[in-house]
Design a protein. Structure first.
Length: 127
């Protein structure tokens, strides 16, 4: 299996087929090199490694996204917790670490986004 194929398999397992299918449908000639990079690098290498669990990787990812101010990615990764095994309590613990080590405003905004996303997941039955 190629790194791209492994990445696509992992990406689908973590984000779900519906999300990946939507992203693939929007792929263009312009962004194909970037999509290949993240599929091979993020999903085919980092997320496919079994040194730590997907639950732990999910918590790390959410903490890093919040700490670096990449808030637009947080809802997607909160939705992924339904497949990674990270619980809402796990997510809160990750954001508490962000508050202490990276700043309260970043954690506060991430918590707001997570709360909204978990509520949407509950409403739609995708917990």
């Amino acid at each position: 299996m190629t790194r791209f194929d492994e990445g696509m398999k992992t990406r689908r397992a973590v984000l779900g087929d519906a999300h990946v299918d939507r992203a693939e449908a929007m792929r263009s000639d312009f962004d194909t090199p970037f999509q290949t990079l993240i599929t091979e690098g993020a999903w085919g290498t980092v997320w496919s490694d079994d040194t730590i669990s997907r639950r732990e990787r999910s918590m790390l990812t959410l903490a890093l996204l919040a700490a670096t101010g990449n808030f637009e990615e947080i809802p997607m990764h909160v939705r992924a917790t339904a497949r990674t095994g990270a619980s809402p309590d796990d997510v809160m613990q990750a954001f508490l670490h962000v508050a202490i080590y990276a700043g309260v405003p970043a954690a506060n905004h991430a918590i707001k986004l997570a709360r909204q996303t978990f509520a949407e997941m509950k409403e739609t039955g995708h917990e």
